[in-house]
Design a protein around this ligand. Sequence first.
Ligand SMILES: C[S@@+](CC[C@H](N)C(=O)[O-])C[C@H]1O[C@@H](n2cnc3c(N)ncnc32)[C@H](O)[C@@H]1O
Length: 181
Amino acid sequence: MAMIAGSIRTYFGFFERKGVRTILDYGAGTLRNARFLSEKGFSVYAADVPEQVRRIMRMSASNGLAGILETGALQRGALGVDMVLSTYVLNIIPDGAEKWSYLKNISINLRDEGYLLIETRCRREDAACGTGCSFHAKCPSCVKTYSHDELDRLVTPFGFRRLSHYYRRHAVAVLYQKVDD
Ligand SMILES: C[S@@+](CC[C@H](N)C(=O)[O-])C[C@H]1O[C@@H](n2cnc3c(N)ncnc32)[C@H](O)[C@@H]1O
């Protein structure tokens, strides 16, 4: 079985203490995280783009899931889950309308005071181009990577505050909570 994302190991005890029961794994891919969490007793919804959902439906691990959703189905905002998980998805969504929809769908499908856990590839602060690199999307060292500050700027306009974050190897993980308007 593929290894789960490191942030899930790190924050697993936190989810349990906070009474998290329902999780949306948004950009679930090959279900490495969704499968682990459903085996641990959480109700897990896996969402992805339509072509990946068709693959997920053929995976045996999909049997234990609470639901499998194409991204378009999230626009109704009907899930009200306790937590949304986003691991290595923001790295591959380009800036613009798709990223905006992704973040909006997270917010509208999460209950008030629910949690959002994001893990992405991190920006290498020791590389020649740090957070101030003016080439950004064109620079091979910067493209598709984030610092926790950049994630804050992306996510907080959708009604979140950062609770915790850490850097490990090539990853940054940030835990947010949805705040009242
Ligand atoms: C690098 S994989 C990560 C999969 C999984 N989260 C993991 O950590 O193993 C990125 C996933 O994001 C999905 N994805 C890409 N664009 C998306 C979007 N706009 N909304 C939801 N999922 C998307 C891809 O289909 C793919 O399954």
